[in-house]
Design a protein around this ligand. Structure first.
Ligand code: NAD
Length: 355
């Protein structure tokens, strides 16, 4: 058997911790890719993987992704991720969450957890009874940052779209710029509202037909079917639903100058960033443009450790640096003839001391 740490996904993780708790039935993997900039921070996913090795691969890829995202957001945090391997019925018990909290605590702060797919705010509250290394907890709403990261992510995407329009189209405003949005949930809906205020022309699509129609009426936006959105002729295509949507066929069919949206892992495979570049479509690397949520979550965690509320102004200030970071990526891309996703990865690697 080849050692699993020689697999490409392992990518020099500092630590991969396997947790088995017989009493509660918990099986979890906690992967810490890098603590170069601070504790490895990233959420916990609760998922049933028919093959446990897929859970390990998810933890490794997501944890490296968090290293890059946190570094490019200028946060004093490294990257980590946990995966709880659920059974086919997705049984989740208080005992399991307690055992998971103990495991996180046992790492002494090298890993800081939060919500991800399958884990709710209430679950994180349960975990927080056993360890202080938790974020994404409810906030009191008195002007403190934290809580639902969606609106913060949306604000960063909106600023990133404006930066892309400036860079690619030479326009200082998004007035009359046509943006096609795929997904109008927490993030996409927020982006649509911010763009509408600035007079952008919007086309929306979502598989929740009633919700998207209501948003379309509210904003005076055109609504098309989910099948039509990726071939809509527009200035900006903004993916805010699923990952892995940019593949050979969809990239060939895009009718846009810019791709800039919040969905995680938009490129189906590594070479698809180059495919966009070769088509002359400006791409905003997903983990750079969608960092608003983690910036808020991180502020909540770091402030709580100092015993004070996180300030929304500080969070907004940090999010407002996303356009400059994107511009840095695009300028290097233009200068070197390298696709923006490759440039961003190289910058992130340098920031975590692996340049
Ligand atoms: P959400 O569930 O609130 O919204 C997603 C929307 O996409 C839903 O309305 C859903 O109906 C729609 N959708 C699903 N499949 C679709 C399809 N095929 N075509 C059109 N619409 C479709 O989720 P969200 O929090 O808005 O997150 C959206 C994306 O952004 C996800 O990829 C998420 O991983 C990523 N992201 C979110 C945050 C955050 O702070 N919420 C942060 C970073 C990245």
């Amino acid at each position: 058997m080849t050692a699993f740490w020689t697999e490409p996904d392992y990518d020099d993780h500092e630590m991969v911790h396997v947790v088995r708790d017989r009493a509660s039935g918990l099986t979890a993997i906690i992967a810490v890719h890098s603590t170069h900039l601070g504790p490895g921070a990233g959420g916990t996913r609760f998922w049933h993987y028919p093959e446990p090795k897929d859970g390990l691969r998810d933890a490794l890829r997501l944890s490296r992704g968090m290293s890059y995202k946190n570094a490019m957001a200028g946060l004093p945090l490294g990257g980590g991720k946990a995966v709880i391997l659920a059974d086919a019925e997705r049984t989740k018990t208080p005992e399991m969450l307690a055992a998971f909290g103990d495991a996180v605590d046992g790492l002494g702060g090298r890993y800081v957890t939060a919500e991800d797919v399958g884990i709710s705010e209430a679950d994180m509250v349960a975990v927080s009874k056993r360890t202080a290394h938790v974020s994404g907890l409810p906030v009191d709403g008195n002007g403190s940052a934290g809580g639902d990261p969606g609106p913060f992510t949306a604000y960063g995407i909106y600023l990133g779209i404006k930066a892309a329009v400036r860079h690619k189209l030479g326009a200082d405003s998004v007035k009359d710029v046509h943006v096609a949005l795929q997904g109008t949930g927490s993030v996409g809906g927020g982006v649509a509202r911010l763009l509408a205020k600035d007079g952008a022309r919007l086309t929306l699509a979502d598989i929740h037909a009633d919700g998207v129609r209501a948003l379309g009426d509210e904003l005076g936006a055109n609504v098309v079917s989910p099948e039509a959105i990726m071939t809509t002729s527009c200035d900006v295509f903004s993916p805010n639903a699923l990952g892995a949507i940019l593949d050979d066929a969809s990239i060939a069919a895009l009718d846009t100058r810019i791709v800039a949206g919040g969905a995680n892992n938009q490129l189906a495979r590594a070479h698809h960033g180059k495919a966009l570049f070769e088509r002359g479509i400006l791409y905003a690397p997903d983990y750079v443009i969608n960092a608003g949520g983690i910036i808020s979550v991180a502020a909540e965690y770091l402030a709580r450790r100092e015993g004070k509320p996180a300030s929304v102004e500080d969070v907004r200030e940090r999010i407002e640096k996303i356009p400059a970071r994107l511009e840095e990526v695009w300028q290097a891309s233009d200068r070197d003839g390298t696709a923006p996703d490759i440039v961003a990865d190289a910058m992130a690697q340098a920031l975590i001391g692996r340049g």
